[in-house]
Design a protein around this ligand. Structure first.
Ligand SMILES: Nc1ncnc2c1ncn2[C@@H]1O[C@H](COP(=O)(O)OP(=O)(O)OP(=O)(O)O)[C@@H](O)[C@H]1O
Ligand SMILES: [Mg+2]
Length: 371
């Protein structure tokens, strides 16, 4: 088992030296389960492939344990990787594909057999062991690839979107199988996904990337509640955080957030922090999650945190409804609330913002101001 260290790692691809990963610094603790998440093309696979030795490092150092691995060939790194494109051996059966790594290591036959069958059972592919990969669906192939990785206990597990082709139910099931497996064998694991729910539910810590650059490394709770910038705030959470543009104004000793439609009173803590930034009368962005806005009880009135707008439409998603409200901003305000139609589409609607949950971001740098 081992910890992993990335020290100022860069990857530049091809003739034009396009930067895929930039100044990547990260320590993964021994036995930790860490998740890399970010949009397509942000450099997740490249990072894993450099760690596995499948891509050269353009600059910087990668350590596994105490060993600098930059120049160590992939087979000597004791890493087990699930590839994004599975890369199964087409002429081998499912059984042989899963057994391949163990055979290379010359394990006794009965041990291999036990390991393959155990993995196949966990992954629900026992009935396909004699088939060739081309005779399987995408999700089944993906599980074979996962099986090939989990039959042995390496120093490090790397998993690149291992569940992306599974249906929702199987995905949830496999998610917990992977977590259980990790609890049992405690191998340091880096798991890549662009699914934020997967990232939040699986990671001890989550690394959010964008355009080759780490944005934030934190616990799922911190990523969700204190995103360092608008990119993270927008990327994590569904529906995403609402962003409202307005101005800070002082009124009777209180700091208020003014838009052309409504004014909201800041908490004293928010006011205290924002006063230090000298942003009075300047444009600023308020962020509020859809579940932190509530419909008003009939007849109640709380001008301090009230917004009004026109209900454009609402979406039924089972346990909740998402209400899209036009408040004359770039995007409609989205409220997540339990079932029950509050108003007809096209009609005015009022809601209360839980200001304790509001975050404020700098309009130009997009960084969180109210830390
Ligand atoms: N072999 C390559 N040659 C040149 N550019 C590459 C190569 N592989 C990846 N890239 C580029 O590097 C960037 C990062 O790619 P990478 O595969 O790491 O992204 P990713 O985060 O894994 O995305 P996805 O979620 O789509 O898998 C992309 O802009 C991609 O086009
Ligand atoms: Mg990828």
């Amino acid at each position: 088992m081992a910890n992993i260290l990335f020290n100022q790692v860069y990857k530049r691809y091809g003739k034009y030296k396009e930067i895929a990963v930039s100044d990547f610094n990260l320590t993964v603790e021994d036995t930790e389960f860490i998740v890399l998440v970010g949009p397509s093309g942000c450099g997740k696979s490249t990072t894993l492939r450099m760690l596995a030795g499948l891509e050269d490092v353009s600059d910087g150092e990668i350590y596994i344990g105490d060993n600098l691995v930059n120049d160590i060939p992939p087979k000597d790194r004791d890493i087990s990787m699930v590839f994004q494109n599975y890369a199964l051996y087409p002429n081998m059966s499912v059984y042989e594909n899963i057994a391949f790594g163990l055979r290379l290591r010359k394990l006794p036959k009965h041990e291999i057999d036990l390991a393959v069958k155990r993995a196949a059972r966990v992954l629900e592919i026992e009935n396909f062991l004699n088939r060739k990969p081309r005779e399987l669906s995408g999700g089944q192939r993906q599980r074979v690839a996962l099986g090939r990785a989990i039959v042995r206990t390496p120093q490090v597990f790397l998993m690149d979107e291992p569940l992306s082709n599974l249906d929702a139910k199987l995905r949830v099931q496999m998610r917990s199988e992977i977590i259980n497996l990790h609890r049992k064998i405690e191998v340091t694991t880096i798991y890549v996904t662009h699914d934020q729910i997967e990232a939040m539910t699986m990671g001890d810590r989550v690394v959010v990337m964008n355009r080759g650059i780490i944005q934030q490394v934190d616990s799922p709770e911190m990523i969700y509640n204190k995103p360092v910038n608008m990119f993270v705030a927008n990327f994590i959470g569904n529906p995403p955080m609402n962003f409202i543009e307005g101005k800070l104004q002082e009124r009777e000793g209180q700091l208020e957030f003014h838009t052309n439609r409504f004014a909201l009173t800041l908490t004293s803590e928010q006011a205290h922090t924002l006063r230090k930034h000298n942003l009075l009368d300047r444009a600023i962005i308020m962020g509020i999650r859809p579940e932190h806005i509530h419909f008003m009880a009939e007849g109640s009135e709380d001008a301090e945190s009230m917004v009004t707008g026109i209900l454009q439409f609402n979406e039924f998603v089972g346990s909740d409804r998402y209400y899209h409200i036009d408040i004359k901003q770039e995007r409609p305000l989205v409220i997540r609330a339990s079932e029950g139609v509050r108003s007809e589409d096209g009609h005015a609607i009022s809601a209360l913002i839980n200001m304790n949950k509001a975050l404020f971001f700098h309009k130009d740098t997009e960084m969180l101001l109210t830390k």
